[in-house]
Design a protein around this ligand. Structure first.
Ligand SMILES: Cc1cc2nc3c(=O)[nH]c(=O)nc-3n(C[C@H](O)[C@H](O)[C@H](O)COP(=O)(O)OP(=O)(O)OC[C@H]3O[C@@H](n4cnc5c(N)ncnc54)[C@H](O)[C@@H]3O)c2cc1C
Length: 322
């Protein structure tokens, strides 16, 4: 019987949310191809994922040894060798940085194509895929034909679904044939972000500032507005590139994807790369001197004016209300 593998990222043996989303897609593929659903986990505590995956219908957890610390090429090689060993039907990884990086290395090792950010898969001899491109601003239908199909699941697009029948996953250890060169890049240390307050990705209100803010000091008023509303401050890439804000604050394609109830975009033009990061916002309020700015068409509310006048007035009005 063939195997469909889900690549599982974890923290001390507890699978990440996006890994559980990937398992939902892997289980659909396994059911459609009449395959065994397996999981593959790396790291010292990787075997610990087994106790969390029975509810998701995983039958075997393959714990790959040889590099406990994250090393993209070593993990990719480990996955590639496991794929060969099992002659796997498919591998589904979360659409996270690591999921993409490890699967890309495995694809290169096996000389296989890979399809990133899938939201739907129709199995058959050739897989019919629906996948996101351009940070989700474009949906693509594609066909994938390969002896082993390598897929990542678009983040936060699939539900975390438990299986109808729970399992009791067995744990099997796999030792790949690694060379020193595979560990050329490996995780050295982790540093906690020194950003205080509500994390950007979880904030219910985000006050974003772009090039129109004019400099680092201009953010004081935006910080105050965010504080008054219990929110967080974000920034456009232009502002980050200027060195006015840290990269942690960047919203967009190459920054954080936000999904607040309200996004207040100040002095931001609304470039597509910025908008894919805030399309999860329920409502956008744009403050811009240019009524023709792209963001004005995408916002539910727009104030045409200088943010250095509008934001202090807003702050005063909110303080007055209280
Ligand atoms: C591969 C790639 C990835 C990228 N990823 C990202 C990303 O993740 N996030 C991102 O943000 N960008 C990203 N970009 C850059 C993006 O294309 C834009 O260049 C950027 O978003 C522009 O930032 P901005 O809106 O702050 O600046 P601008 O486009 O210069 O806009 C400034 C706005 O401020 C307004 N303004 C000026 N003064 C005032 C004032 N006093 N009061 C009110 N309004 C004022 C202006 O009318 C204008 O609309 C990416 C680009 C590429 C090519």
């Amino acid at each position: 019987m063939s195997t469909v593998l889900a690549f599982v990222e974890h923290e001390h043996g507890e699978p990440t949310e996006t890994s559980l989303e990937a398992i939902t897609l892997a289980r659909r593929v396994a059911t459609g191809t009449d395959s065994v659903l397996g999981a593959v986990a790396f790291g010292a505590e990787g075997a610990g994922v087994a106790e969390h995956l029975g509810a998701h219908g995983v039958e075997v957890v393959h714990h790959v040894e040889g590099s406990d610390d994250y090393a993209p090429q070593a993990w990719g090689e480990g996955l590639s060798e496991l794929v060969s060993d099992l002659d796997a039907e498919a591998v589904v990884a979360p659409g996270s940085d690591r999921g993409h990086e490890v699967l890309t290395h495995a694809a290169a090792g096996q000389d296989l194509p890979m399809a990133a950010n899938c939201t739907e898969v129709e199995v058959g001899e050739t897989y019919e895929l629906t996948r996101q491109r351009w940070g989700g601003s474009l949906v693509e239908h594609a066909r994938l034909e390969a002896p082993t199909k390598l897929l990542t699941a678009a983040e936060h697009e699939l539900p975390i679904e438990e299986a109808d029948d729970a399992t009791d996953p067995a744990v099997e250890t796999f030792e790949p044939d690694l060379e020193d060169g595979h560990r050329r890049v490996s995780l050295d240390r982790l540093e906690e972000s020194d950003v205080e307050g509500v994390p950007l990705g979880e904030a219910r209100v985000v006050v974003g500032g772009g090039r129109g803010v004019g400099g680092p000091d201009g953010y004081d008023q935006l910080e105050e507005l965010a504080d008054l509303l219990g929110g967080a401050v974000g920034a456009s890439r232009a502002a980050v590139n200027e060195g006015w804000r840290p990269h942690d604050d960047q919203v967009g394609l190459t920054g954080t994807k936000i999904s607040p109830d309200l996004y207040i975009a100040c002095g931001i033009s609304g470039a597509v790369q910025h908008m894919v990061g805030c399309k999860g916002a329920d409502r956008i309020l744009a403050i811009n001197t240019d009524p023709e700015a792209a963001i004005m068409q995408k916002a539910e509310y727009a104030v045409v004016g200088d943010l250095h006048e509008v934001v202090p007035e807003l702050n005063e009005a909110i303080r007055g209300e209280r």
